[in-house]
Design a protein around this ligand. Sequence first.
Ligand code: G3P
Ligand code: MG
Length: 242
Amino acid sequence: MTYIFAHRGAAGTHPENTMAAFEEALKAGADGIELDVQLTKDGEPVVIHDETVDRTTDGSGWVKDILYRELRKFNAAAKWDGRYGHCPIPHLEEVLAWLAPTRLLVNIELKNSLVAYERLEQKVIAVVRRYGLENRTIFSSFNHNSMRLCRQLAPEIETALLYMEPLYDPWTYVQAMNAGGVHPYHRTVTADFAADARRRGVAVRPFTVNKPKTAKTMFAYKVDAIFTDYPRQAKEWKEKTP
Ligand code: G3P
Ligand code: MG
């Protein structure tokens, strides 16, 4: 049973990492959502993928240099021809408050590879605990030191290691990191790797799976979940996979 995680919400059809995209994920019947988190200048955890606001909003500058009250004025749906009106960059708190009464899982990706956000881990853990979402949350990051810290600070919350290139001796590494899973670039995942992971109890959730052929391969490998920009379509692809 492979879970479908809506990547940045349903980023293929809705403005990424906005409440509109997360609501679409829920309506589409996704099992979970994936979102990216960073800190504003005044230390508020906000949901945005890039380190700057330029690509996804009508603002400009680095998230780390913008005060929360200023960042809220930008429209994260600005590149969608007015189809979604004004969608502010969400506070992490807003997303988790909305998610708590649903059945959704959440993968919170800590975006702290380029910018070393002070106490990002502590802040994110506090919000997850405030909403009692420890059992429905997976932390992930390309910054594996950060995942190690999360595990130490919150042993009750699963961590997963993101990577683009295959790891050397992955099972020893995963064990040393005390991680529950890996979130690999989908092209690195083979049938043998998926089977090995399953035998060892390590979850495999490849990203970002947007083509039906790739999705079907991942379903056949019985990976634990896929991240996709198209959760609605991915559900159909899954139903059609024997
Ligand atoms: O968490 C899976 C995926 O989101 C990692 O890559 O760049 O889309 O955040 P990216
Ligand atoms: Mg991400």
